[in-house]
Design a protein around this ligand. Structure first.
Ligand code: TRP
Length: 343
């Protein structure tokens, strides 16, 4: 059976959005609107797998929503909503808790990283997080999922869950007239202009909201002064920029800044080096500040304007949730029939 092409992705409302989220994910979300029907979700159910202050969570949810809109996602043509408003996500996740195997979840590297040494004390939600992620995608029978590199393993698990559901319930799926497969095999789209934006303080670590130093990242709401200061202070080495990309290989910090420039300018790293290779790092940084301020400044300003209008943002989320619920309910009703629940 051919599945209707549909894009789904999610961003957690936990902490500030930064340049890594923008170049690694959101830019891609924006581009995909031209070719697909898209559903973009603020995944608040995922966020609470780690403690979130209830006084902060609504603000964070609206900030991600504002970022989606400020970056150019159209909430009328596509769907933007927050996960907790569509109960079918949690409902399908329960079914998937009964499809996925403990052994599969035990292999998830992100759980091991996030739970750290004190695994006994991690929430159960953090452990079954990938099952909820599979439900997010499959409750819309989405076919394409733009994600960062770090989510690839979770997406593979989603595919395994879809396949096991299709196999385990094959007879029932067939009997209910859904053909050979009820769920598609969702495909990751890992392209983005820069799939790995690294910390400005350490070129071997990813830019992250959990890094203590704010100088390690550029937040989407940073003003021009903050952007300029952070780029000026970004760690570099004493050498001039190379003229060839190969020259960046042993220099992670230089590679990262050239990569950021390239992604923001819509160029390749080779093109950037043709312009700046052989020149002083300080001159390149001045050009990078100008570019970053020109590209990110308007987004940050628009985000700040939007978050001051919570009534508007809440309205966007409520409208998106209403439209998402229609699609999700259709899947969930079919799943209930397939599994054998009386309704
Ligand atoms: N786990 C993703 C992250 O932390 C967020 C997410 C939740 C997601 N559900 C999703 C991404 C479904 C893609 C599809 O980045």
């Amino acid at each position: 059976m051919a599945f209707k092409e549909r894009v789904f992705s999610g961003v957690q409302p936990s902490g500030n959005l930064h340049l890594g989220n923008y170049l690694g994910a959101i830019v891609n979300f924006v581009a995909l609107q031209e070719r697909y029907d898209c559903i973009y979700c603020v995944v608040d159910l995922h966020a609470i797998t780690i403690w979130q202050d209830p006084a902060e969570l609504p603000r964070a949810t609206r900030e991600v929503t504002a970022a989606f809109i400020a970056c150019g996602i159209d909430p009328k043509k596509h769907i933007i909503f927050n996960q907790s408003q569509v109960a079918e996500h949690a409902e399908l996740a329960w079914i998937f808790n009964c499809v996925a195997r403990v052994g599969w979840l035990n292999r998830m590297t992100q759980f091991k990283e996030k739970a750290g040494k004190d695994r006994e004390n991690a929430s159960v939600g953090l452990y079954v997080y990938p099952n909820l992620m599979a439900a997010d995608i499959l409750v819309y029978r989405a076919t394409h999922v733009p994600v960062g590199e770090d989510q690839k393993q979770h997406l593979e698990l989603s595919r395994d869950i879809a396949q096991k559901f299709n196999n385990d319930f094959a007879a029932s799926i067939h009997a209910h007239g859904y053909g050979d497969a009820f769920f598609p095999q969702p495909e990751p789209l890992i392209q983005g202009p820069a799939t790995r934006v690294m910390s400005l303080r350490d070129g071997s670590k990813k830019m992250s909201k959990s890094e203590p130093s704010d100088y390690s990242r550029i937040n989407l709401t940073d003003d021009a002064d903050a952007i300029a200061q952070k780029i000026r202070k970004a760690r570099t080495d004493p050498e001039a920029l190379p003229s060839e990309e190969k020259g960046l290989e042993p220099r992670p910090e230089a590679d990262n800044l050239v990569g950021i420039y390239a992604a923001l300018a819509g160029q390749t790293k080779a093109q950037v080096l043709r312009e700046f290779g052989g020149g002083q790092f300080s001159n390149f940084k001045i050009a990078l500040v100008d570019l970053a301020v020109a590209k990110l400044g308007p987004i940050g300003n628009e985000m700040k304007r939007l978050v001051q209008d919570p009534v508007y943002i809440n309205g966007v989320l409520a409208d998106g949730a209403t439209r998402a619920r229609v699609l999700a309910a259709e899947t969930m009703n079919a799943v209930k029939d397939i599994v054998g629940f009386v309704r």
